[in-house]
Design a protein. Sequence first.
Length: 230
Amino acid sequence: MACFGYGSWATGFKAAACAGFLAGTLAWATPLRAETLLDIDPAPETGPGQAWAGIAEMIMVYYDVPNTGPGDMQCSLAYFLTGTPNCYKEQGESEFNAVSRIVKGYPQFAHESFGEIPIAMRWEAAKIITPQDIIQEIKFERPVLVQIEPAPNEGETKAEKRAVLIVGFDGSADNLQLIINDPKVYPPTQSPYLEFGGKVRDQSGQYQIGYADFQSFLKWSATLWKIKPD
């Protein structure tokens, strides 16, 4: 449609038609970006200090890694790390390191335990990754494991390094909102996500917060990404 050189009697009609045509073209060329979310349900920790096991279980279930036992998946993952059936990681090991060891070693161990073809996991380690990297990972259907160190809550003696899972995003690289699964049960009014402008998406432990706020105020310090079966 030519949107210039209107005739006298058709000027109004053609102007309106051209406006509608151009608006439709622009809408097609620059679609609104909807949120993108992986199929990973949040789950609260089963006991104090067990949030790391919830994160590890989310990743293993997402990649269809079987439970080797004994007990439920979280206890099985702890048993893989420690060789003891008490369902806890070693006291001095960080959550991020414990979950990283699960990602790197448990899938192959689990499949071999059932006489299946071993499946190793690939990954890359980094300190912090960019908004563009987050968008790419989620679009490729890969969750991102990160370490944070929020300020201690009331009653806690020191800041604790935590492992949480990025499972989605909303917006674009310029105004990225991260969607986080974090199994830790926070005391009322003491959630670091709410304190720094985020919101609760699911009471079981899913939050949304701006990329810059997450990086700065929750002290994002380590990343395991490009996680995928080999």
